[in-house]
Design a protein around this ligand. Structure first.
Ligand code: NAP
Ligand code: GDD
Length: 335
């Protein structure tokens, strides 16, 4: 019999890729959207009627209970969050409410409606923060460095705690940074590839960035949603790190992106203190050994391949919609 899944965060990068994956596997897929005055559905329009949308909010436990009663899912993937790290210093309480307590609201709703639902929590390498060992694995102690990291750590532990307290099938995926042409333009990878495309097309003159020395373990988002699904298909619920095992600096990402369109980044990049964070995560690199061994999970793109597909896609996008994208950037302030 075909399975049913509920995805929170359906309008985000990962939600859209996970919906595609589950639909291709024959699932009935519901996506939770929150009520907004305009529709942020650009990543999921193409899925049409194969995706069912339900209205709710991680801030409102009753809405979650009603949704679970309506959808009767076998699996719930909690991808919703205030996920942008810098914003978590200015919207600290909101980040705690959504990214931290929101997990508990959803787990409580699962306890009330059906304890057999399998649950995935979108945990993060940000929880390692000031990394206590290199590379980071499931055994590495946590030391979050942002209110976002702190809120995610709460979400991680409440998932572990409900598994141990109530016997729920609940997994926490500790995912390192994963990117794609669907990444939000506020995150550094897409901010850079999008700017590169606009500079090449003559729409932008410079690119203002923060810390170029931070290092991240960047993978390809479609690989990571496949790992989420694999975690929920095991006999026993456990936590897993998903990562490539390679680390690169922001500077390397910038250099490779500009090189892809035959430009020299030093001619365009300006370091702006506005983008320096109150506390930084200097070095992330994951050890995906457990996921490789137990889930047969592998990341499929190299660093250079990932940069290339993101630059190519943004070059195509800017060619197609140059002028209108320019006004969209002004609205968003391109953080
Ligand atoms: P994203 O693109 O920023 O998407 C976040 C999603 O959360 C959006 O659909 C957003 O809906 C939704 N959301 C925010 N507040 C909500 C609320 N109160 N109620 C319901 N939905 C709400 O994030 P992503 O990159 O796809 O990441 C997915 C998850 O994985 C997030 O939890 C993130 O923290 C975590 N994570 C991401 C990475 C990564 O590298 N991408 C790595 C580790 C962990 P709107 O469209 O309405 O704003
Ligand atoms: N966003 C941004 N903008 N980051 C910049 C900039 C800039 O102009 N300049 C330098 N950086 C540096 C940041 O200081 C950070 O060290 C690094 O680039 C990556 O920043 P982001 O792309 O914003 O991602 P993140 O690592 O903070 O968080 C992302 O990955 C986490 C997993 O480790 C988000 O997707 C989180 O939701 C996720 O949990």
């Amino acid at each position: 019999m075909s399975k049913t899944a509920l995805i929170t965060g359906i309008t985000g990068q990962d939600g859209s890729y996970l919906a595609e994956l589950l639909i291709s596997k024959g699932y009935t897929v519901y996506g939770l959207v929150r009520r907004t005055s305009t529709l942020p559905y650009e990543r999921i329009f193409h899925l049409g009627d194969s995706l069912k949308l339900v209205s709710g909010d991680l801030m409102d436990e009753r809405s979650l209970r009603l949704i679970l009663e309506t959808c009767q899912p076998d699996e719930v993937y909690n991808l919703a969050a205030q996920s942008f790290v810098p914003e978590s210093w200015s919207q600290t309480i909101l980040t705690g409410e959504i990214t931290g307590l929101g997990v508990t609201r959803l787990l409580n709703a699962i306890l009330d409606v059906n304890k057999n639902i399998r649950f995935y929590q979108a945990s993060t390498s940000e929880m390692f923060g000031k990394a206590q060992e290199v590379p980071q694995s499931e055994e590495t102690p946590f030391y979050p460095r942002s209110p976002y990291g702190v809120a995610k750590l709460y979400g991680h532990w409440i998932t572990v705690n409900y598994r141990e307290s109530y016997g729920l099938y609940a997994c926490s995926g500790i995912l390192f940074n994963h990117e794609s042409p669907r990444r939000g333009t506020e995150f550094v990878t897409r901010k850079v590839t999008y700017a590169v495309a606009r500079i090449k097309a003559g729409f932008q003159k410079e690119l203002r960035l923060g810390n170029l020395d931070a290092r991240r373990d960047w993978g390809y988002a479609p690989d990571y949603v496949d790992g989420m699904w694999r975690m929920l298909q095991q006999e026993k619920p456990e936590d897993y790190v998903l990562a490539t095992g390679e680390t690169h600096s922001v500077r390397e990402w910038v250099e490779e992106s500009f090189n892809a369109v035959n430009l020299n980044y030093q001619d365009y990049v300006v370091v702006d203190p506005k983008f320096i964070r109150p506390a930084e995560v200097d070095l992330l690199v994951g050890n995906p050994g457990k996921a490789r061994q137990r889930l047969d999970w592998h990341s499929t793109l190299s660093f250079s391949e990932l940069v290339a597909i993101m630059v190519d896609e943004d070059v195509r996008l800017v060619k197609e919609h140059g002028a209108s994208l320019k006004s969209m950037d002004m609205l968003r302030g391109l953080r």
